[in-house]
Design a protein around this ligand. Sequence first.
Ligand SMILES: [Zn+2]
Length: 209
Amino acid sequence: MTELRDQLITTARAMQPAGLNRGTAGNVSVRCNTGFYITPTGMPYDTLVADDIPLMALDGSHQGRRKPSSEWRFHRDLYAARPEFGAVLHAHSPFAVALACLRRDIPPFHYMIAHFGGDTIRCADYAIFGSQELSTAAMAALEGRRGCLLANHGQLVAGRDLGEALALAVELEELCEQYWRACQLGRPVLLDAAEMAAVREKFTGYGQQ
Ligand SMILES: [Zn+2]
């Protein structure tokens, strides 16, 4: 399974140049046969090797020489409850953090909001980092969705594989920046429920091509 761990390290290292992280904040995981691999706690990504990547089971136990990220609970809970997800990524990207500090859902100001599964990107209720309460709040905010904000904290996305999770995180950060910019100029005109439903239907069609 070395290959999956190497892919995980490559994705973790891509987060900083993609504008998602500075330093060691954030974490990423990938599902495997017996559970999931997750970035270790407190280690710079540029020094990681495959043996630094802990393997976690869905019961919360882990194997390996390093401890898993302190935020492993929402990774575990997503893999347990959402079989469609093969990778989970969490980041403290600047525009997502800024909006998460307002504790507001991002409204349908742009049609790409629908790419995350609904008419808004929800902001999960606040709970302290690493807690089961935070994971429970995140699971609620991600119901029917594949991305959310975490109040006073950051963003969380999940995709079918590492490439999709990274792309979604970049897209969510981009939407947060665009919303912030639009709000500097006035109050953005929002798309209505019918317009957003039409976008979701069109996205479904793309997926089948
Ligand atoms: Zn965090």
